[in-house]
Write a protein that binds this ligand. Structure first.
Ligand code: PLP
Length: 444
């Protein structure tokens, strides 16, 4: 996929411009960059780097803004946070206590959501390949809804549920065959993507489901992709699903709810994105007159802007005319630039660096891959070894996608709120990486 999708042909926003558009970040003349009032340098001093830092106030405010937009559009809607975007217990607890449910895509995420205190009645299970064991777990926990993605999965779930003497509340995930206009690797709603039940066969499968033992079809679900930056694909997809609701009802089926999925985009490079009010209006336009309950499964939109990846400069390498700023964070920590050609803002943390003149630099990590590059030709201050930077919009699909490639430990994580902060996960102890490994005795 052409990288230009994420990197439009306009000059990169400067650190000043990025900060001006992000009210949760502020600069202090002595303490440098603050996240929700807390100096990021203080967190780095205590926890070291790289460290993920999330603003609880920002997450809460975003949840409230989305819930308010849905309420203002008179939608009987409930928000289920897509746990895969950020599955830390502290993040799940704070969203759960704000009123959110959880959209999970594995047994592990289901148990994480439960461990964070989210009740089963507010959990929805999505995903194209749930194992028999995961389906049994979902049924034994009594979660609200299983989004079934194929006729094969429906048959499997029917056998399992009937065998357990349970009835599974099922929404059929329909593939509306709409191009979300997003990066190919995060598009899910085209006919050639692996997700969902083909639109043309969905009505027949719904009727079939209604007759299966252990299955109670309750509605339809869709999710067309992630980081969607215009309302048009949502409008097209929701229109198709609304038509399917009408067809099903005309054929005598009960359809109680529509799960509208996630996908709402956020500004990384200060590109325009739809507002929650805009999305609510599109949902209301499609489903407002249908007397259906509405579910939403946002992940990135709720948590992405709230997080930063705090990193320190190891050294600055000068090569001819180029300047390479080598960070102690790498693609194993934040994988999005390497996987999706994603653009992330990078701003200095130190008070002096925040005021220093800018010149272009490539910002890279120490991993032995050329794709371990966070930014090219980015206007940044001198950034001496030891200087701190914050990589922005790292709250979603950040730490959850981390690996220990190059035997690098998983980074520490912290949560900030109301001027205070607390660690929420320690940096992984190096020996923990091999503690459970064994060497076969014939090698001894
Ligand atoms: C990933 C995913 C989401 C969340 O997507 P975002 O773009 O983070 O909002 C919602 N629903 C399903 C089924 C998903 O797979």
């Amino acid at each position: 996929m052409n990288a230009s999708h994420d990197q439009p042909d306009t000059p990169d926003p400067t650190p000043d411009a990025l900060l001006a558009a992000r009210p949760h970040l502020a600069r202090h003349a002595l303490d440098g960059l603050l996240l929700e009032g807390v100096p990021l340098a203080a967190i780095a001093r205590d926890l070291g780097t790289p460290t993920w830092v999330y603003g609880a106030g920002t997450i809460r405010a975003r949840y409230r803004a989305l819930a308010a937009a849905l309420a203002a559009a008179r939608l009987p809607a409930h928000v289920h946070f897509a746990v895969k975007a950020n599955d830390r217990l502290a993040v799940l607890r704070l969203l759960g206590s704000a009123g959110a449910g959880a959209d999970v895509v594995s047994g592990g995420e289901l148990l994480r959501a439960r461990a964070a205190g989210i009740p089963p009645a507010r959990i929805v299970f999505s995903g194209v390949g749930k194992t028999a064991e995961e389906l049994r777990l979902a049924l034994s926990q009594g979660i609200a809804q299983i989004n079934v993605e194929s006729a094969e999965e429906l048959a499997m779930l029917s056998v399992i549920a009937a065998g357990m003497g349970r009835v599974a509340p099922v929404a059929l995930r329909v593939n509306p065959d709409v191009d979300a206009g997003t990066h190919a690797k995060i598009s899910t709603g085209r006919a050639r993507d692996k997700f969902g039940i083909p639109y043309a066969g969905a009505a027949a499968l719904y009727a079939h489901a209604a007759g299966l033992p252990g299955i109670a079809p309750v509605g339809l679900a869709l999710h067309i992709g992630s980081q969607i930056r215009s309302l048009a694909p949502f409008r097209a997809a929701y229109g198709r699903i609304a038509a399917l609701v009408r067809d099903l009802r005309a054929a005598g089926q009960a359809v109680r709810l529509v799960d509208c999925g996630g996908g709402l985009g956020i500004p990384y490079r200060d590109e325009p994105v739809p507002s929650p009010e805009g999305l609510a209006a599109v949902i209301a336009e499609a489903f407002g007159g249908l007397d259906v309950g509405v579910l939403l499964e946002p992940g990135r939109w709720l948590v992405g802007p709230a997080g930063v990846l705090l990193a320190a400069v190891i050294l600055v390498k000068r090569d001819g005319g180029s300047r390479f700023v080598v960070l102690d964070a790498a693609m194993n920590d934040l994988a999005r630039p390497a996987i999706y050609d994603a653009w992330h803002g990078i701003v200095p943390v130190g008070a002096a660096d925040l005021a220093a003149p800018l010149s272009p630099a490539d910002v890279v990590g120490p991993v032995c891959e050329s794709s371990d590059t966070f930014a090219r030709d980015r206007l940044l201050p001198p950034l001496a070894p030891g200087a701190l930077v914050a990589i922005l919009e790292a709250g979603a699909y950040g730490s959850v996608m981390s690996s220990t490639y190059n035997a690098r430990p998983l980074a520490a994580e912290a949560l900030v709120e109301d001027g205070r902060w607390a660690p929420i996960r320690p940096r992984q102890e190096l020996a923990a990486q091999w503690r459970d490994e064994t060497v076969p005795n014939w090698l001894e």
